[in-house]
Design a protein around this ligand. Structure first.
Ligand SMILES: Cc1cc2nc3c(=O)[nH]c(=O)nc-3n(C[C@H](O)[C@H](O)[C@H](O)COP(=O)(O)OP(=O)(O)OC[C@H]3O[C@@H](n4cnc5c(N)ncnc54)[C@H](O)[C@@H]3O)c2cc1C
Length: 380
């Protein structure tokens, strides 16, 4: 008997599980609260494991010519003085790719072939469990009713998760404000650059020969910065003392779209409850500092779809959790680790130790990626 499946959210997780389910001949509906397929104008960095997932999904070819492939990452002080350059082409990454691209290009590739399946302007409203089903209401009455499986792919602030675990504290706020934007930078010759200050950081990833994706953050409690204030002014205030390419970048931000967010993590990853499955940020949202969000969303989707193709819904959900739980928990630990030391960076001793460590053992994100590439847990 075919299961009735509803996917909530047409982001990376929702679209990728839809792609896998289509391949396995399983039917589904997707609801998305955005009014159209348009996503914010920002970039996304995809380390080796996200790229491997895209290859498995047959998506990397579709993105040909739309991404920048990095070969090194440089860590520097805010002045631009180099601390360390790390290779992204040497073992264990000699057969891998690290890329950055526009978020809209990634979403368009994932949407291909699913255009008629996504119901935009449709928001999930209520979620209730019954014996062998989950009953939902949403803003499109035609979709209301009972489903064998609801797949919550509705992001870090997942409403499905909030409804499902009503009254429980599901998110940790790291008190860090992050900004993302894409700036034109004609004929640059840059490779990814992380400029690290006290509790502030600005990273730059080329998207092409003439555009850069920038991510900056600052620890909120120690700075006179709050979310919702003028993002451009705040960015200029925090990063005005930076050297290297930053003065030029700051001179370009008046005309670009800026995405502001507070960095949050799930308190504990959740994979399923009765007939509701969680994938992507809804299951395991965490700090973006080692750029594992897309990789986890893609891997969650592959594992859940794979299990659904082989087993009934109940067994598939158990298999899904068993395959993902330990990997996800470890990844989140790696991703959140850099934030736990942020307050110590106020002192010059803290920053000195940080820089020494980066020189001696390498940048924290590259080290975390190496662990993800070689740890036996991730090879199974
Ligand atoms: C500042 C910052 C920088 C980041 N940088 C990177 C990076 O470089 N690399 C990386 O891999 N990851 C990065 N991430 C994380 C990455 O963006 C997420 O992990 C990824 O987008 C998760 O995909 P998702 O599909 O689970 O959620 P989302 O992409 O958030 O998609 C959720 C979808 O659900 C929809 N939705 C929400 N609620 C409802 C509802 N009630 N009903 C219907 N639809 C709904 C939303 O409109 C959205 O389309 C970053 C995150 C932040 C905050």
């Amino acid at each position: 008997m075919t299961s009735k499946i509803l996917i909530v959210g047409a982001g990376i997780a929702g679209l990728s599980i839809a792609q896998w389910l289509s391949r396995f001949g399983l039917d589904f509906e997707i609801v998305e609260k955005r009014s159209s397929e348009t996503v914010a104008h920002t970039g996304i960095v995809l380390p080796f494991n996200a790229v491997r997932e895209l290859k498995d999904l047959g998506m990397l070819g579709r993105l040909e010519g739309q991404y920048f492939q990095a070969s090194t990452i440089t860590y520097s002080k805010v002045t631009g003085k180099m601390i360390k350059v790390a290779s992204l082409t040497e073992p264990p990454f000699e057969n891998d790719q690290f890329i950055a691209l526009k978020r809209k290009d990634l979403d368009s590739a994932l949407l291909e072939g699913l255009e008629r399946k996504v119901r935009y302007n449709t928001e999930i409203l209520t979620v209730e469990h019954s014996d062998d089903a989950v009953n939902i209401t949403c803003t499109n009455e035609l979709l209301n009713g009972a489903y064998d499986l609801l797949i919550a792919a509705d992001g870090i602030n997942s409403l499905v998760r909030q409804k499902n675990y009503e009254g429980q504290e599901m998110l940790t706020d790291h008190n860090v404000i992050g900004w993302r934007f894409v700036v034109p930078y004609p004929e640059h010759t840059l490779q990814p650059l992380h400029m690290i200050g006290q509790t502030d950081l600005l990273t730059i990833y080329p998207l092409s020969d003439d555009a850069l994706y920038c991510y900056g953050h600052v620890y909120e409690d120690l700075n006179d910065i709050t979310l919702g204030e003028n993002a451009r002014e705040n960015i200029k205030k925090v990063f005005s003392g930076y050297g290297g390419p930053i003065p030029y970048i700051l001179s370009q931000i008046d005309d670009v779209e800026i995405l502001t967010s507070r960095l949050k993590s799930v308190v504990k990853p959740c994979f399923f409850d009765r007939r509701v499955a969680f994938v992507g940020d809804a299951a395991n949202g965490c700090s973006p500092l080692i750029q594992q969000g897309a990789a986890m969303a893609l891997a969650d989707s592959r594992c859940l779809a794979d299990a659904l193709a082989m087993q009934n819904v109940e067994q598939a959900l158990i298999t899904y959790q068993a395959r993902r739980e330990r990997k996800v928990e470890r990844t989140i630990r790696f991703a959140n680790a850099p934030l736990s030391h942020l307050q110590n960076m106020q002192s010059w001793v803290g920053r000195g130790i940080r820089d020494l460590k980066i020189r001696a053992v390498g940048p924290p994100d590259v080290n975390a990626w190496k662990k993800l590439a070689t740890d036996r847990l991730f090879l199974s």
